[in-house]
Write a protein that binds this ligand. Structure first.
Ligand code: SF4
Ligand code: SF4
Length: 524
């Protein structure tokens, strides 16, 4: 038998040996055609009967139903031979991983919907007030001038995710990706309204009766409702919950942009729930592609123990391997792959095949873990390594990013200050005085109103005067735009004199400084 594939990026070369159609690397015959398993091979097993599997091209072409088709490494199960998307009806696999994932998914949805509700420091835990250019994150308020911090924060979080992927493989995809979490919920609704996988598949091929229309209609209403709730939850991050509630009580015409955003997002989510589904993971998700270069043979993946499982075969054939070829692992796979062919790009790490195979092994009184979480090295019995250079590199980059972001956050001021020169002439000379005009913007980032005092410091020449509202009372998260006029007698001005505009709070603490450049005629 030929070697099992060692990495999803490993070339799929034709093999030359006789391997019962399960090889996927070099040296054996080519698997350009799907592997066909006779029903006898599965019906003879004492494992539970197959609930349903991906719709096969053979069935599409009307070939005898008794010839069961398995996915091949050279095709994508969610595409038919004609290139059209095939909707899969994965069977439900109950088990410890399904229950744990359901719990994690419910918690994540609850957190997603709750964050705009939870007040921290007088603002929602996350409130991205784009209109006012203020971003509230867990009690901290950022303004657009603070966005440089996002580079370090995103870098730190990104490299942290790299480290997690290198260690735990596609754990993000299987357990925490919003799409996976939402689709699990959609499948629950689908099972409840339309029944198990064989029933749903039958329903697909039935003519449109009243009963089918009602079931399908209810399903789409439920999906659309879920999509609308999630889209409104998303909008709440940008307008806050009171803002969302106000908008919902007003006509859409009063908030066109928000209405269109929610409507568009609802349609996109509904389209994904109803039709596109795991296609996103297989053909669109950039992180899914990136993960292939982040993992190695020591990363945790979901894999099939071929040494233990092969040669596979029905129980009545007295197979020496533990795999009874019941194909339950294929039938429950949401991306329609056969994990026994080795790790594949389509695997999202949902562990449904682990639950399915463990339940078969339990019924057969054999040890669980024929399909399990393990590294590729572990699956072939080689020593496993936790620490690898890439882990150290990703962790070091994560620490660098998060440390820089933390340092930046610790130095954040309680006000955002910007000083710009007023449009028009850069300076004015009148009655022996030089005049420069500026526009000062002060944004109070505190959750309370505060008083700000503006002054000039440095080598202030005699007779220099600062005019404008030099004391500003600004409400919480409010903003003041103040014209500042600096006047100095011409005979006292010396070009290049260093000056600084300062903003202090009522206690005299320095909030911000801005260099004040005074422009004057060249002849001075
Ligand atoms: S790996 Fe397990 S679930 Fe899959 S066919 Fe073999 S026995 Fe059945
Ligand atoms: S192979 Fe297993 S873990 Fe991977 S997507 Fe299919 S069911 Fe989920």
């Amino acid at each position: 038998m030929c070697e099992p594939v060692t990495h999803p990026n490993a070339p799929r070369q034709p093999c030359t040996g006789k391997c019962s159609g399960i090889c996927h690397t070099s040296k054996s015959h080519s698997h350009t055609q799907p592997v066909l398993v006779s029903p006898e091979a599965t019906s003879a097993n004492s494992a539970p009967p197959a609930e349903n599997g991906p719709a096969s091209d053979a069935e599409e072409k009307g070939e005898p139903a008794r010839r069961r088709q398995l996915p091949s490494l050279d095709s994508v199960t969610t595409f038919g031979l004609n290139g059209r998307h095939k909707i899969l009806h994965p069977a439900h696999a109950d088990g410890p991983f399904y229950r744990a994932r359901s719990l994690v998914g419910l918690l994540l949805i609850a957190v997603f919907l709750a964050l705009p509700w939870i007040p921290i420091g007088g603002a929602p835990a996350i409130f991205l007030d784009v209109a006012a250019q203020r971003f509230h994150l867990f009690g901290l308020t950022f303004v657009t001038q603070d966005l440089w911090l996002a580079f370090f924060l995103i870098s730190g979080v990104g490299f942290g995710l790299f480290a997690i992927t290198a260690l735990l493989g596609r754990v993000w995809c299987g357990w925490a990706c919003p799409l996976t979490v939402f689709l699990d919920t959609v499948r629950r609704v689908e099972r409840w309204l339309e029944g198990d996988a064989p029933t749903r598949k039958r329903l697909d091929s039935e003519p449109w009766t009243f009963g089918k229309t009602l079931r399908r209609g209810l399903k789409h209403v439920a999906m659309f409702g879920l999509a609308a709730i999630l889209a409104h939850g998303f909008l709440a991050y940008f307008v806050s919950l009171p803002g969302l509630s106000r908008m919902m009580h007003e006509s859409p015409g009063a908030h066109w942009s928000s209405f269109l955003l929610v409507f568009g997002l609802t349609i996109v989510l509904w389209f994904n729930f109803a039709w596109f589904r795991e296609q996103f993971c297989i053909v669109l998700c950039p992180y899914g592609r990136l993960q292939s270069v982040l993992t190695d043979e020591h990363s945790l993946v979901i894999g099939y123990d071929s040494a233990r499982g092969e040669p596979r075969g029905a129980l009545k054939t007295g197979n020496p391997g533990d795999c009874v070829d019941c194909i339950k692992c294929v039938q429950v796979c949401p991306t329609g792959i056969d994990i026994r062919q080795g790790l594949q790009l389509e695997c999202i790490g949902c562990a449904a095949c682990v639950d399915a195979c463990d339940s078969v092994m339990t019924k057969l009184k054999r040890a669980k873990g024929l399909i399990r979480y393990d590294s590729l090295a572990g699956l072939r019995g080689a020593p496993k390594r936790f620490w690898r250079p890439r882990i150290a590199l990703y962790l070091a980059l994560m620490l660098a990013g998060t440390s820089a972001a933390s340092l930046g956050i610790s130095t954040l001021r309680s006000a955002g200050v910007s000083l710009t020169r007023m449009t028009g002439a850069p300076y004015f000379v009148q009655n022996g005085e030089l005049r420069n005009q500026f526009l000062l913007r002060v944004l109070n980032k505190r959750a309370d109103s505060a008083e700000f005092h503006i002054a000039i410091e440095g080598s202030v020449p005699s007779g220099m005067v600062l005019q404008g509202n030099l004391t500003e009372e600004i409400p919480r998260w409010g903003e003041a735009l103040t014209p500042i006029v600096v006047t100095v007698p011409l005979e006292n001005w010396k070009t290049g004199t260093p000056l600084t505009l300062t903003v202090r709070d009522s206690a005299g603490a320095l909030i911000a400084t801005k260099p004040l450049t005074i422009l004057a005629p060249e002849t001075l």
